[in-house]
Design a protein around this ligand. Sequence first.
Ligand code: UT7
Length: 330
Amino acid sequence: MRRSRIIGVGHYVPPKVVTNDDLSKVMDTSDAWIRERTGIEKRHFVEKGVGTADLAYEATKRLLQKSGKSLQDIDFIILATLSPDYFFPGSGVLLQQKLGINSIGALDIRAQCTGFIYGLSVADSMIRAGQYNRILLVGSEVHSTGLDLTTRGRDVAVLFGDGAGAVLIEAKETEGEEGILSTHLHADGRYAQELWVEKPGSIVPLSPEDLEEGRHFPRMNGREVFKHAVTKFISVIDEALTTNRKRKEEIDLLVVHQANLRISEAVREYLKLPPEKVYNNIQRYGNTTAASIPLALSEAVEEGKLKKGNLVCLAAFGSGFTWGSALVRW
Ligand code: UT7
């Protein structure tokens, strides 16, 4: 059977660290509020002029160094982001140009916090179908340049950070239980406006009044998103376990999208997993949207918490609403 395996991981965050105390100097917030409600202690912000494709490039470079693979090994690029460098073209082609591997295909995925899982599912399908042998999948975000870093935007601004994570997915003929076992994708567009950036968009141009009112900044109905996040995480993880006839306790490592430590904790409690079986790094990076799962996978491998043969469950939920999961035999 032809399956796809993740054979390399890498990540990159820009050097500038922004603590909760730093944010409290520019808006009415506090370290205590942010830690208690979200678990976040700090995040990384880019310097002026650094974009999403730059972070994706750095994460890919590290992935190639660590995995011993070369640029020639990559057949296709998938880049997941909600913060592309430009409206168009997508950041996938910018990454391709930076890597200097012209002419291979490059696809952008726009599924916000679930972008990595959507990308994984697309890559898995392409590989299983025999279309490609090795796909580079990157989640990369520059949030800091698009946040309302004033008291008006504090409910959203304190949550997000910049960063990128990359994986290399390769085809393997195997009869064993190896690699990506299944992926599960969902969306419910009725909730599109619960977490969104309204303008500018093709439907309405940006007016001076819009700028004044901050309509170009992300807006979120935090409580509604939180409520849906917990239930969707649980249902989509159950779906992955049921599909593969696995029990909760068979999970070696759970890596959920890093949106809020309280959400991860609620999911962990539902699954009755011990803390060491759940990987969290939101404390150091905040919510890095499409980058959060590959960033966590890369760190978990580095720290020896994710090893060959482990059963890994990935799950994400975010704007759209979109949500998804994947079960992977590492
Ligand atoms: O990755 C995509 C998915 N995103 C998520 O899953 C995020 C889900 N939502 C959340 O994580 C939480 O809803 C938040 C962390 C965003 C907010 O926590 P909350 O416990 O739901 O707080 P809240 O929005 O109900 O606000 C409580 C209070 C409000 O004041 P009043 O009305 O009680 O006086 C807010 O104005 O906290 C205030 N507040 C803040 N105070 C200090 C909101 N943001 C801040 C802030 N600093 N940054």
